[in-house]
Ligand binder design. Sequence first.
Ligand SMILES: NC(=O)c1ccc[n+]([C@@H]2O[C@H](COP(=O)([O-])OP(=O)(O)OC[C@H]3O[C@@H](n4cnc5c(N)ncnc54)[C@H](O)[C@@H]3O)[C@@H](O)[C@H]2O)c1
Ligand SMILES: [Zn+2]
Ligand SMILES: [Zn+2]
Length: 366
Amino acid sequence: MKIKAAVCYEYKTPLVVEEIDLADPRKEEVLIKMVGSGVCHTDIHAQEDGWGGMDKMPMVFGHEGSGIVEKVGPGVTEFKPGDHVIVSYPYCGECEYCLTGKPYLCPECISLIHGGTMADGFSPLSKDGKTIHNFFGSSTYATHAVANVRNLAKVDPDVDLSLLGPLACGFMTGSGAVLGQFKAEPGSTIAVFGLGGVGISALMAAKICNCTTIIAVDIVESRLELAKELGATHTINGKQIEDVVGEIKKITGGKGVDYAVEATGFEPVVRNAIHSMGMGSEIAIIGPATHFEFEQLWGELYGKTIRVINMGMVQPKLFIPKLVEWYKKGMFPIDKICKTYTLDDINVAFEDSLNGTSIKPIIKFE
Ligand SMILES: NC(=O)c1ccc[n+]([C@@H]2O[C@H](COP(=O)([O-])OP(=O)(O)OC[C@H]3O[C@@H](n4cnc5c(N)ncnc54)[C@H](O)[C@@H]3O)[C@@H](O)[C@H]2O)c1
Ligand SMILES: [Zn+2]
Ligand SMILES: [Zn+2]
């Protein structure tokens, strides 16, 4: 079928919104009419350099989709046309990690995300007979997407689908780290570095866990203001305060925090996050700390736990419906951080994410 999609032809160039072809769903696959698709910084990394060259061009990005099942392929029993679904990350479904409910540990996960095709090497996207690669096994910056049933989580049809796409990645990842990995105790202290979709959702989760000291660190004042509204007890503007670590130590009576979330991916921030940890504490490294040299911090890391997070370390089919319940109860107020754009304005949405105008841009489809 013909669909409209945002295609990246070359790194560092604007996405091109145009008509392309999408193949029918095959065995275990589903065709989804997209309703919304969030902008995650991972899409922006892909556009900048294809995750260090892993993403093959041309490619359609987008991995935070929400939509309605339109057609199912052979063998699909879990979904039917009309189901409301969130399109999350791919995994093999057959390895020991997938079989024991930990698909985020699947050794195939990263290659299925960045490899440009489904597991069997086929991409359902093309133009004039030439292959266009898919992303995360779905490519949700398009009016329609085909994905394997494993990627999908079913959600309550009574909730407005248009804002739920980011539950597939950013919102699931930040909150999953705090709720699932830390299981932060009531009364504990936490610092969140970076208040994009990932960091803000970690902060919302810290509130759900009843952390009593919640320190938000960012360089955009409006994000710090919003963080206060959402439950931050302290805010630190990294541009205005030189000694961020000293400030955090001061707030925590010299001890350092029980939990830290690094959601920027910038080396100096990773360093600050580690230095602000207290004894027995845990850190979730979520941004790509690819250039960070952990060896130099051996002494500093004594008695502390580092968790490098992939997709919130959660099974989306089970975790996403829980986030929807919290959203319905007003405990996970994602509507406060989302701003919608049309597919034609996708390059503006990317720009607004980067310049601080919009925490979570969402492409809303007609
Ligand atoms: N590990 C995973 O599974 C996973 C999942 C989703 C996203 N990510 C990664 O997590 C990172 C965050 O994603 P996002 O979509 O929230 O990004 P984002 O760009 O929306 O947010 C990043 C935030 O960091 C802030 N920031 C920048 N420099 C800073 C500094 N020096 N000090 C403090 N704050 C600073 C920015 O102002 C922004 O608010 C990205 O690198 C993304 O690729 C990883
Ligand atoms: Zn697997
Ligand atoms: Zn993402």
